[in-house]
Design a protein around this ligand. Structure first.
Ligand code: KG4
Ligand code: ZN
Length: 342
């Protein structure tokens, strides 16, 4: 079974072909150069860039897989959450292809796609498990009871983890996106030089809050001279990163205890962070847990994860109807693709 995956929910235009769990191609065009000078994603520019890129990217994915369009058995596409204008570009192309080729359409929840990213390299993952989704738009602890069966056990009450990285990078005068910049800089810094606050919000609370941390970094930086800031930029970055990592680790550990699980998986762009990956592997070793980390390429937005989630539903015979609409605020649990029989 060959599934074409299409992703255009934010600022990456992506297409991938998956055959029976094996990735035949994975093409991504990042719009970073379009948005960099604005310090964040500009929705109108994002949709336009998707319109220009989507057909060549799909063509490239099919070429790399050495397949013609007719060889595809199903078309999986992100229909939410994300930017409405961006989602509509990928969704409409997918619907058009499904109609013309007379092949099934499978609508995929982007967040669910991030969780499925783990199964690209680990098809036989132990279930159930705890997933920590840390991206630019989301920070959630999800009880993955089964593929397609989710319960959110914790989430951010303000900024997402990736958003905190991006905002703190901006106030430190670093480039966009901030996550990779802080990660790189923090490698040469001392995480104990300055201890920023950790938002525990009560002993049993599994929710996150990162806006206070961002303000603490801002206040700290504003109280120092330019010379001091330049000298200790790496230390400040490392101190901020350590605060985020500590909270993500501790709340995940508590969630695992509460659920009685011994397995967890990371998902989303921030899962690329080297300090976070290291800390989770260490926690796993110390507590005898199985920790799944998605391949570097499958952490940030990509279409391979969308194809993988789509393949799962397609195999179950759960496909979407052609009147599927984009849903910018689509939530988990998205137990079944919209329009499919439960
Ligand atoms: O999953 P993603 O590509 O897009 C969303 O669905 O939001 O995540 C993008 C986020 C950005 O906030 C970016 O700064 C962050 O992931 N990110 C990182 C790293 N690489 C990307 N954050 C921390 N460390 C990194 N190495
Ligand atoms: Zn994402």
């Amino acid at each position: 079974m060959k599934v074409l995956g299409i992703e255009s929910s934010c600022d990456e235009t992506a297409a991938a072909v998956l055959e029976d769990g094996k990735l035949l191609s994975n093409v991504i065009l990042s719009q970073l150069d379009v948005h960099r000078k604005y310090g964040g994603v500009v929705p109108e520019l994002a949709s336009r860039a998707h319109v220009q890129a989507i057909l060549p990217i799909i063509r490239e994915a099919l070429n790399e897989a050495h397949l013609g369009r007719e060889a595809i058995d199903g078309i999986a596409v992100t229909y939410g959450p994300g930017l409405i204008g961006s989602l509509l570009v990928g969704l409409n192309v997918a619907k058009g292809m499904a109609a013309v080729l007379d092949k099934p359409l499978i609508g995929v929840n982007h967040i669910e796609g991030h969780i499925f990213a783990n199964s690209l390299d680990h098809p036989e993952m132990d279930l159930p498990f705890l997933a920590l989704i840390v991206s630019g738009g989301h920070t959630q602890l999800v009880d993955v009871q089964d593929w397609g069966k989710y319960a959110i056990v914790g989430k951010t009450i303000d900024d997402a983890a990736g958003e905190a990285f991006d905002k703190v990078a901006k106030l430190l005068g670093l480039g966009y996106p901030g996550g990779p910049e802080i990660n790189r800089l923090a490698k040469t810094g001392d995480p104990d030089f300055v201890k920023f606050p950790r938002a525990w919000m009560g002993a049993d609370n599994l929710n996150f809050s990162f806006s206070g941390l961002k303000t603490a970094v801002l206040n700290y930086v504003e109280s120092k001279s330019d010379e001091f800031k330049q000298k200790h930029l790496a230390d400040i970055a490392a101190g901020f990163q350590q605060s985020v990592v500590d909270v993500l680790i501790e709340k995940s550990r508590k969630a695992l205890v509460r659920l009685g699980y011994k397995t967890m998986a990371l998902a989303g762009g921030v899962a690329r962070n080297s300090a976070l990956r290291k800390a989770f592997l260490k926690m796993g070793e110390q507590n005898n847990l199985t920790i799944y980390l998605p391949d570097y390429d499958f952490c940030t937005d990509n279409a391979a994860m969308i194809a993988r989630a789509g393949e799962f539903y397609f195999q179950r015979g759960q496909t979407s109807t052609l009147d599927l609409d984009a849903d910018p605020s689509l939530k988990l649990p998205a137990n079944y693709p919209k329009g499919a029989e439960a």
